[in-house]
Design a protein around this ligand. Structure first.
Ligand code: LLP
Length: 437
C-alpha cells in the first residue's frame, strides 16, 4: 500500500512540510503559500498566469558553482538542451561554464546571449550542413563528430585546424530509462569502442588536414545514479586512448548526473563522483603510461532540474470509479516526461491545507496518457480554482514543450531575492498563427 493510499484510510491530515531536496534552495512555506526565490507562488500565478514555469536563479548558479568546486581542473560544459534559454546561458557564462549546443537553433540562442564562441561545443548524432555551417561561422571551439559522413562533410567545410572530438560508444550500461541510455552498443550514438570503429575514426580524423583531434567524448545516458558506470566508462576510454597511439588532450565524459524527483531520493554525490572518477582516470593513465587528458563534464539536468517549479490552476475535479482526477490547465504540452519516460512527480496544493487523499493530476490534452502525476496527496476537497505546484521541472520541460492542441507554451519566470521577471514570455495565439500561410 502506498502512502497516498494509507493516509486517507486513516483520515490523516498532515502538517504542511516541504519535501526535502526537491524544491529550489531557500523555498519555504509562508502559512500555506509557497515562497520561491523570495516570491510567493500565489503572487506569481496572479501576475504571470498559469501554467507558469518558475526558475530560481540562485539555485541554478549554485549548482553550476558546485560542479566547478568539485572538479576545479575540469571544463564544465552546460548541456543547454536541458534548458535552452539565453538568459540562463548568460548566468552560465558569468559563472565560468562552457556551453554544449546541438543545432543551428541552439547556436542562434547562444549567439543572442553573447556566449563566448571559444567556450561552445557542438554535439548531435545528426548535424545538417546548416548546423555545421552555423557552428563554423560562429567559430565554436569544438565539434563532436558522430558519423563518418559528418567527418567527411566537416573536413570539406572547415577551415584549417577546426578542433573536433570523436563520440565513442563505450558499451557501458547506465541503468537508466532505455530512451535516454546512450552508452550501450547498437544504438544511434557514437562510434563503437568494442567493434574497433572508434579507433578507426580517430585515425581518419587525424588524416583530415582541415581538422585537429582535440579529444574523445562519451555520454552514457541521462538520470544516471551509479558512479560505477562512470568509472567503468573512464576505464574503457583510457584503454582506447592508450591503444590509439595518438596524443589525446581532452576527455569529455558527457552529462547524465541524476536529480531527485520524489521525496526520499537523494541528490547526485558530486564530490564522491569527482574523487572516484578522477581516481580511476589518474590510475588508468599511470597503468597505461599515457598523459592524463583534461576532463570535461556536460551537466544539464543536475544544474537546472531542482531550480524549477511549475504552477498550474485546477480546472476540474472528477471522481472516477477508483480514482479522483484533478485536471489542470497544462499537461503533456508543457511536460511530456511522464508519457515519454514514465517520469514521476510530487505535487503540492498552494494556498490552503486540509485532510489529504490520493488523487491523479491530469492534463488538458486529448489523450488518456496525458497524466502529470499519479497517486499524489491533495486535500480531499480540491476544487477548480486551486493552485498546484510541481517541483523539479527546470530540466527538459521548457525544452520539450509543444503546441499540442494549439495550447500556448508557458513562460519561464526567473525569481531571485523577491524579484520575478519573465526570461521567456508566454506564447500567444499570434505566435501560433504567425507560421501558417
Ligand atoms: N551531453 C550530451 C551529449 C547529451 O546528449 C546530454 C543529454 C547531456 C550532455 C546532458 O545530460 P543531463 O546531464 O541533462 O542528463 N529529455 C530527457 C533527457 C534527454 C537527455 C539528452 N541528452 C528527459 O527529459 O529526461
Amino acid at each position: 500500500m502506498t502512502l497516498a493510499e494509507l493516509l486517507p484510510s486513516i483520515g490523516c491530515s498532515t502538517e504542511p512540510v516541504l519535501e526535502e531536496g526537491l524544491w529550489p534552495d531557500g523555498t519555504r512555506l509562508d502559512g500555506a503559500d509557497l515562497v520561491i526565490g523570495g516570491v510567493p507562488a500565489t503572487q506569481l500565478a496572479a501576475r504571470f498566469g498559469t501554467p507558469c514555469q518558475v526558475l530560481d536563479e540562485r539555485t541554478v548558479r549554485s549548482r553550476a558553482r558546485a560542479f566547478l568546486r568539485a572538479l576545479p581542473d575540469a571544463e564544465v560544459v552546460f548541456a543547454d538542451k536541458s534548458l535552452p534559454c539565453p538568459e540562463v546561458y548568460r548566468w552560465m557564462a558569468a559563472e565560468g561554464l562552457s556551453l554544449d549546443v546541438s543545432s543551428a537553433g541552439e547556436v542562434a540562442l547562444a549567439r543572442a546571449a553573447g556566449f563566448p564562441a571559444w567556450r561552445i561545443v557542438l554535439h548531435g548524432n545528426v548535424k545538417t550542413s546548416e548546423d555545421l555551417k552555423a557552428a563554423l561561422e560562429h567559430g565554436v571551439s569544438r565539434i563532436v563528430v558522430d558519423s563518418f559522413d559528418e567527418i567527411a562533410q566537416l573536413g570539406s567545410l572547415a577551415r584549417h585546424g577546426q578542433e573536433v572530438m570523436i563520440r565513442v560508444t563505450p558499451g557501458v550500461d547506465a541503468h537508466t530509462h532505455a530512451a535516454i541510455a546512450t552508452g550501450v552498443e547498437d544504438q544511434k550514438f557514437g562510434f563503437s569502442l568494442a567493434s574497433g570503429a572508434a579507433l578507426e575514426e580517430i585515425l581518419r580524423v587525424v588524416e583530415q588536414p582541415s581538422l585537429r583531434l582535440a579529444g574523445l567524448h562519451c555520454h552514457i545516458g541521462s538520470q544516471v545514479r551509479h558512479v560505477a558506470s562512470y568509472e567503468e566508462t573512464v576505464r574503457r576510454m583510457v584503454g582506447l586512448i592508450a591503444s590509439c597511439g595518438v596524443r589525446i588532450e581532452q576527455l569529455d565524459r558527457g552529462g547524465g548526473f541524476c536529480a531527485p524527483y520524489l521525496p526520499g531520493e537523494s541528490s547526485f554525490d558530486l564530490f564522491g563522483f569527482s574523487q572516484r572518477v578522477l581516481g580511476v582516470l589518474h590510475y588508468e593513465c599511470a597503468v597505461h603510461r599515457v598523459p592524463v587528458p583534461r576532463l570535461l563534464v556536460e551537466p544539464g539536468r543536475s544544474i537546472v532540474a531542482n531550480a524549477g517549479v511549475t504552477l498550474y490552476r485546477v480546472c476540474a475535479v472528477k471522481r472516477g470509479v477508483t480514482r479522483t482526477f484533478v485536471a489542470v490547465d497544462g499537461g503533456m504540452s508543457d511536460n511530456p516526461r511522464p508519457a515519454l519516460y514514465g517520469a514521476k512527480y510530487a505535487v503540492r496544493l498552494v494556498g490552503r491545507g486540509g485532510k489529504l487523499r490520493s488523487a491523479t493530476v491530469v492534463g488538458r490534452h486529448c489523450e488518456a496518457g496525458d497524466v502529470l502525476a499519479e497517486d499524489v496527496l491533495l486535500p480531499s476537497d480540491v476544487h477548480s480554482g486551486d493552485l498546484l505546484a510541481v517541483p523539479v521541472t527546470g530540466a527538459y520541460h521548457h525544452a520539450l514543450a509543444s503546441n499540442y492542441n494549439q495550447v500556448c507554451r508557458p513562460p519561464v519566470v526567473a525569481v531571485r531575492d523577491g524579484v520575478a521577471r519573465p526570461i521567456a514570455r508566454r506564447e500567444t495565439e499570434e505566435d501560433l498563427l504567425r507560421r501558417h500561410v
